[in-house]
Unconditional design. Sequence first.
Length: 416
Amino acid sequence: MNRFVVLAFLAFSAGALADGPPPSRQQDVIYGRKFGTALTLDVFRPVKDANGLGVIFVVSGGWFSNHDGINLGFVKPFTDRGYTVFAVVHGSQPKFTIPEVLSDMNRAVRFIRYHSKDYAIDPDRLGICGASAGGHLSLMQGTAGDKGNPSAPDPVDRESSRVAAVACFFPPTDFLNYGKTGEDAIGRGILKDFAAPFDFQEIDPKTKKFNDVTDEAKIVEMGRKISPINHVSSDDPPTLIIHGDADKLVPIQQAEIIVEKLKAAGVEAKLIVKPGAAHGWAGLDKDIQTLADWFDAHLKKKTDEPEKIKAAAIIRSDQAKDLVGEQVTVETTIQASKDSEKRREIYLDSETSYDDAKNLAVVISYNLLDQFKKAGVEHLAAYYKGKKLQVTGQVVKEGAQVRIRIQDAGQIKVIE
């Protein structure tokens, strides 16, 4: 779980990335703030065959997390299959403890769900994955994610932090029975070199200072709360774990006991054992495909047909209403445009009346403004009005409105 071990095995060879084009990448999207510090994630989008599903990649090894740990080798197997991947960087040890990290992860899932339309994904079909500490945090979202606070002033916090599927590598699952019954690993024993994430603190309401938790009963209780095995219930999502049986840092017993408990609760759970493998192994990049297979099986609906983005004939904007759900290239002249600061979206309309049944609205999120600025385009509503465009994307219907939501600036081409 040493961060160097985890990040090293994620540093796959260039050959592993050779097939297919790289995904588009939006860096440092702020999903929350704490103590004046921004929490960020990177968004990776497939350049073709987007399937409308999301996978959350937990960037964590030893509960250490930073932007440098985002590795394309972990991302690309998913984007190659059409998934949009959210690489989440959480508040890192030694500054932040596991309970604080869990709060970050809950916030990240809520943010992704709240902005699901911006990313053209189904908010109810999110998968989560990670390795080692990232696997532990993935399982905590699977077993302990919650429905959100409906009275929260921030609309993001009203969203659920539950996920629909979990797939991970060699995760800690029970810090009080670590490797064997009664073995305490709350920053002790096998995990003695990882004391910082377990250096629990609580705020004194009188002094407003954070004090170390020294009461042993409280430490044990907090260790129990951050152990996924203690949150297993019948409504947990299908869960896959891949684990080496020679792992000395996270004993395979950790995977065995939670898979057994998930199955006992009626949850679909599977353990794949890698004989002779320790904490990471050569060829692990190939096993990421197994994680992707798991998400294919549990996030895609049986009625879904594989998305096939074709270089189809260019259609008129008034034909888009008959092709909802299809990936198309539309040629349209922008008759009206609007920059909505409230919705943080720009609307480019093919008709002068927004309510015209023939209208096609091209919707651009503020999240993409930097991409357009790099391309030399500012004040998008004014710039595109009156121009003839070719727009490539998936046609969607939101209420009575037919739209194409842009995921990348490259989807818009000015014809004249």
